[in-house]
Design a protein around this ligand. Structure first.
Ligand SMILES: Cc1ncc(COP(=O)(O)O)c(C=O)c1O
Length: 446
């Protein structure tokens, strides 16, 4: 760009124009930028040198905290040793090792792993795999995909098609054909201020039977849901809901996909939501916490029977015509292996479970604060929903977000819902600080 003068990345850039920022009000941000230039453990360092407590684990991904030594070293060593090697018709050891490690964390026969580079790619991979699996078994008529209202499955065309957030869909035309949606599971009139899983709402899974009756189950390839919907504002599944979905899918030969991009790697106090809820899907998508956010990576973990269904043609033929240049990238694999070590050595999934009660009490202590209309929580996730300012949806949450940042706390908001999900290394003092700061901001905004 003409006239651009290079500066180091730790200084404020002299021009903010060229970067088209993702999921951001670009013009608003560029007028008053909020920049991070460093991070360690529970904190970011902002461009003005202030420490900012990370109440959101970055974007739900830095589960072990920032700049953890083992992960940093693994990345540094790997990039110097083998920076890149293809995994198409070639291989290198690390994705094999990582796949085995992930498979060992899984219940039942979820024992094969396909690597991608993000949650969005993992989702599109799982959807394609589901359709291709049925075809490989002579059921090529099963092409329909069922998502859920308010679901977030990334931004690929598959993901937005099964996703249910209208803002993420309306700009992009007709999307995939043959997609339908279950109703979402949240009803404030019946569930407000529930601690953990709501009692009301398991029956909403029965809408899958209605979709089966409408389309005929023989046309349906897969159902995809987030066990706990995160990006739409933390919707906790009603008691028994996921089990019921599993039963209906099994009854009709439909694959069940859990999108665990947020719930994976300890967020709920277990390795994965499948462990937490005791409901086992056929495929799991994950990303984010797989590398602690350090290097992009996503993965699909699938049942043995799905993998085996593809292994039926001549041995010299490619079984699945799908993959990414960076599927199983060496540096991402090294980061993931060091991340899994860190989770295990520091007992972070257990720590997340131990902190749950303290976290829950702290979250619900904001119940009587101005404009708070609901609080929901599970594991180390919580949402504080605000009554929108009349005629100005999102303004109230945005205001809280900016004020929290100014006071040294990073929170996240979707519409007027504030979402919190700290790194799993957080202590009780951090939890007090998160809800104390947010509480003060809400009181002052009244
Ligand atoms: C449940 C879920 N699926 C998919 C994605 C997309 O992941 P990515 O942004 O890595 O593509 C996200 C991201 O927040 C997510 O929460």
């Amino acid at each position: 760009m003409a006239g651009y003068e290079s500066k180091t990345a730790t200084q404020m850039p002299n021009n903010l124009e060229a970067f088209f920022m993702p999921f951001t009000a670009n013009r608003q941000f560029k007028k008053a930028p909020r920049m991070m230039v460093g991070a360690e453990d529970m904190h970011y360092v902002a461009a003005d040198g202030r420490k900012v407590l990370d109440g959101t684990a970055g974007l739900w991904c830095v589960n072990a905290g920032h700049a953890r030594p083992k992960i940093v070293k693994a990345v540094q060593d790997q990039v110097a040793k083998l920076d890149y090697a293809p995994n198409f018709q070639m291989g290198h050891p690390l994705p094999f090792e990582l796949a085995s490690r992930l498979a060992a964390m899984m219940p039942e026969d979820l024992d094969h792993v396909f690597f991608a580079n993000s949650g969005s790619e993992a989702v599109d991979t799982a959807l394609k795999m589901a359709i291709a699996y049925h075809r490989a078994r002579g059921e090529g008529h099963r092409t329909r995909l069922i998502g859920r209202e308010r679901g977030y499955h990334g931004v690929g065309f598959g993901g937005i098609s099964v996703g249910g957030i209208s803002g993420n869909r309306k700009q992009f035309g007709a999307m995939l054909p043959g997609v339908d949606h279950l109703p979402h599971t949240h009803d404030r009139s019946k569930q407000a201020f529930t601690r953990g899983e709501p009692e009301w709402g398991a029956h909403l899974a029965d809408d899958l039977e209605k979709l089966c009756a409408l389309h005929d189950p023989s046309t349906i390839a897969a159902v995809i849901v987030e066990p706990v919907a995160g990006s739409t504002g933390v919707l906790i599944p009603p008691k028994g809901y996921l089990k019921r979905l599993r039963e209906i899918c099994s009854k009709h030969g439909i694959l069940l996909i859990f999108d665990e991009v947020i719930t994976g790697f300890g967020r709920l106090g277990k390795g994965f939501a499948t462990d937490y809820f005791g409901v086992v899907p056929d495929l799991i998508t994950c990303a984010k916490g797989i590398t602690n956010g350090t290097i992009p990576m996503g993965a699909v973990i699938l049942r043995k029977g799905i993998y085996d269904a593809f292994m039926n043609g001549p041995e010299n033929m490619i079984e699945l015509f799908h993959g990414y240049t960076y599927s199983g990238h060496p540096v991402a694999c090294a980061a993931a292996l060091a991340t899994l070590d860190t989770y295990a050595e520091e007992g972070l999934f257990e720590r997340s479970a131990e902190l749950h009660g303290y976290w829950e009490d702290a979250a619900h202590s904001l119940k009587d604060h101005p404009h708070v209309v609901d609080i929901r929580n599970l594991g180390l996730v919580a949402a504080v929903e605000l009554d929108p300012l009349a005629g100005k949806p999102t303004a109230r949450a945005y205001d809280a977000f900016v004020k929290c940042f100014e006071r040294g706390l990073l929170i996240r908001y979707t519409a007027d819902i504030i979402a919190l999900s700290p790194p799993l290394i957080c202590g009780k003092g951090h939890i007090d600080e998160i809800f104390g700061t947010l509480g003060d901001v809400l009181k002052e905004a009244a």
